[in-house]
Structures are given as C-alpha cells and as structure tokens.
Design a protein around this ligand. Structure first.
Ligand code: ADP
Ligand code: MG
Length: 244
C-alpha cells in the first residue's frame, strides 16, 4: 500500500503550443489537506483535471492511491471512482430531486437497492445539514446548499481523495461559510483533500500545506504560516498582496 494518496513526477501538459504545466512534482500523503493558490490562468484547474485523468498529458507520471493512471493498461474509470471532484458550478442534475441526485450513482455504480441507497443518501444529507431538502429540486436551493449536495453526492462514492476547484467562488457570501464548514468537518475526519481556493481563511485554518502555482510551475510549497507570513518568492508576495 502506497503512503501517498497522490504522487506526481515530472508532469508536463500542453494545450497546443501553450505549456500549461511545467515539470510538476508533488506528493500528498493520505490525510493531508493541500490548498492550491495562484493567479487566474496559472494552471490550477488543469492540474486537478490531470489528477482526475480528464486531461491527456505530454509527459510524466501520475499515481493516485498507488495506481499509475498514466499507465495505458489502467482503467481510469475505476480510479476516478476513488476521487470526488467538486467544481465551482455544482453540476447537479437539474431535473432530479436532491435525493435522486445522490441515489443515482449508488444504484448505478454501487448497485445498491432503492431502499439501501435512500438510507445512505439521507445519512449523507444529514452530514451536510440538508436532510430537509431531500425532495427539493436543485433550483429551489441556494448556491451554498447546492454545493453541499454536490459534496454529499461525491462522498456517496466513498472517495479516498476529494478535490475541489474553487468550490465557493460562485456563491453568495452568506452561504460560503456553510460550505467551508462542511469541508472543515471532512478535513477533521481525515479526508485527503486538494482544494483550489482563494479563501485564504480556509487555507490558513484548515490546510496542512499550501502550494503556490505560477505560470504552470510550483514556485512555493510549504506550511500555511510560512506561505502567508514569510513568502520567499516575490511573485507570491505580490499575489498575496493582491488577494489578502
Ligand atoms: P486556472 O485554473 O489557474 O485559472 P487553467 O488551468 O484554467 O488556470 O488554465 C491554464 C492555461 O491553460 C490558460 O492559459 C488557459 O487558457 C489554458 N487552457 C485551459 N483549458 C484549456 C482548454 N481546454 N483548451 C485550451 N487551453 C486551455
Ligand atoms: Mg481554474
């Protein structure tokens, strides 16, 4: 059993001639919470998409939970089931109730019965504080509530790693904290998490480690207190000056 939830060696990614990720090396042990910060266009989303096997890569190796997803013989769909992915825009199925959004994959992928899947889904909705919304449709929920449903849905697959791409940046300010609280809870339970976020409060409070990406390169990688209070790279200092 690998001790790394995520291991990336020499990852390079191009979009045509645009060299988007440059020699990325990173190792994330199980149970760690990593925040990824960096300017818009620096490659953060592309990096998460590579980790999840959504993007083809030019060179390098990506090992998730001990499985090299860059190996052609590996069935990426199986690996993907062990990764929960949360996006800015929730991506719930609009024509399905909150409950059905969660039970669907449990029935299709996990082959649970209707009753079993509903029981499991209610437990997850309770965990994110939304059991009362089980019969609502996504459009009837606030953005923050929809995002919490998306998290419950991802958790239903029992992922070993959860990845978040700016999970709160499309939300009304008053619903941001409810989502961050759910994420904090997950972190406390020991979930391995990679979180692209501009919520510096979350990064400072919850992350074990902060990684700064600049123009496709990891420029700084360290403890939150070092990154925020003692940044070495002038570009990072400049970036922090703009967002804090
Ligand atoms: P971030 O998430 O840090 O804002 P992205 O990973 O979205 O950055 O983008 C990094 C770079 O890759 C940008 O130059 C962007 O224009 C480019 N890019 C992202 N997605 C695509 C795509 N599907 N096709 C072509 N270029 C892309
Ligand atoms: Mg992005």
């Amino acid at each position: 059993m690998s001790r790394w939830a995520i291991e990336v060696n020499g990852l390079n990614k191009f979009f045509n001639t645009n060299h988007v990720l440059k020699n990325i090396d990173i190792r994330v042990p199980f149970g760690e919470v990593v925040s990824i910060i960096g300017a818009s266009g620096s490659g953060k989303s592309t990096f998460l998409r590579c980790l999840n096997g959504i993007e083809t890569i030019h060179s390098g190796e990506i090992i998730i939970n001990g499985v090299a997803i860059t190996d052609n013989k590996v069935n990426i769909n199986i690996v993907r089931q062990s990764i929960g992915m949360i996006f800015q825009n929730f991506n719930l199925f609009p024509h399905m109730t909150v409950l059905s959004n969660i039970t669907l994959a449990l029935q299709k992928v996990k082959r649970m019965s209707k009753a079993e899947s509903e029981k499991a889904s209610f437990r997850l909705l309770e965990k994110v504080g939304l059991e009362e919304k089980a019969e609502s449709f996504p459009i009837q929920l606030s953005g923050g509530q929809q995002q919490r449903v998306a998290i419950a849905r991802a958790l239903a697959m029992n992922p070993r790693v959860m990845m978040f791409d700016e999970p709160t940046s499309a939300l009304d300010p008053e619903t941001v904290n409810d989502v961050l609280d759910v994420m904090k809870e997950l972190a406390l339970e020991g979930m391995t998490m990679v979180v692209v976020t501009h919520e510096m409060g979350f990064a400072r409070e919850v992350a074990d480690r902060v990684v700064y990406i600049d123009e496709g390169r990891i420029i700084e990688d360290g403890k939150p207190e070092d990154i925020f209070y003692n940044p070495k790279n002038p570009r990072l200092r400049d970036f922090l000056g703009k967002i804090i």
